[in-house]
Design a protein around this ligand. Structure first.
Ligand code: 1GP
Length: 251
């Protein structure tokens, strides 16, 4: 199986380099918006695009990705809310298992059904332990997943969940307070999780200030994901990327 992008994640982690990711929800962008996002992201040296959403209603996922790929070299990684969100035009796929929930469909069920189709896509597959943490309001992901999030102050539960995910073979851990969360994940929880796993840690959900992105990285996040805040104010791309990239390398 392909490991190109994953190796880049590991290399960056080993070098102590933090990465900034812009989340693009295909339902919320048209061609003009994609062009603007790509231009600003290239200027700001954004490291990755995640493309996906809990619900993708429109059917222009392929077109959206083709447009991004034609306009820049920033890798496009699918962040699918359902097995239908697979596009062979992307570079890789976060193969998410909702390890914080107890809904067997999202732990393994949907994977079984879509496995031949996913394999055939030829995409680089990144096995990801997906952990939803309570963000202070019901988000689309918590409703759709029909699974309770980890309470925001239960750092030990988060830590044990991430450890179990890694020992089960997950190559990435993604802690998400959900898109548009009122409260992003605390630095104490990030620190607790990061200090007990070796694989790269992705953190997202409700991050609206560059300072918070910076503090999350200092606490141990390797990749910061921002969607909503950028949809509201596109100029944040530059500030967010600069904040994440300004975290000192801990050699
Ligand atoms: C959601 O982690 C992502 O799955 C990003 O969240 O849209 O709140 O930035 P926001």
């Amino acid at each position: 199986m392909k490991q190109e992008l994953y190796n880049q994640f590991i290399e960056r982690k080993n070098q102590g380099k933090k990465s900034f990711t812009v989340l693009i929800d295909p339902d919320k962008v048209d061609a003009a918006a994609i062009e603007q996002l790509v231009n600003l992201s290239t200027e700001a040296k954004v490291d990755y695009f995640f493309v996906g959403g809990s619900l993708v209603i429109s059917n222009h996922l392929d077109e959206c990705i083709k447009q991004i790929k034609a306009a820049c070299d920033i890798p496009v990684i699918l962040f699918p809310g359902s097995p239908s969100q697979v596009s062979r035009y992307a570079d890789a796929l976060l193969y998410l298992s909702l390890i914080s929930g107890r809904n067997p469909e999202l732990l393994i069920g949907q994977h079984v059904v879509s496995a031949p189709f996913v394999k055939k896509s030829g995409l680089e597959i990144m096995p990801t332990g997906y952990m939803v943490v309570d963000g202070g309001a019901p988000t689309t992901v918590s409703y759709i997943s029909n699974a309770s999030p980890i309470p925001s102050d239960k750092n030990e539960i988060a830590m044990c969940t991430a450890m179990a995910g890694e020992m089960l073979g997950m190559k990435l851990i993604y802690m998400d307070a959900g898109s548009g969360a009122k409260r992003p994940i605390t630095e104490t929880m990030i620190e607790k999780v990061a200090s007990h796993i070796e694989c790269p840690l992705i953190v997202g959900g409700g991050i609206i200030e560059p300072e918070k992105a910076y503090r999350n990285c200092k606490a141990g996040a390797d990749v910061i994901v921002v969607g909503n805040a950028i949809e509201k104010d596109i100029s944040l791309i530059k500030e967010m990327a600069a904040a994440v990239h300004s975290v000192p390398v801990n050699v």
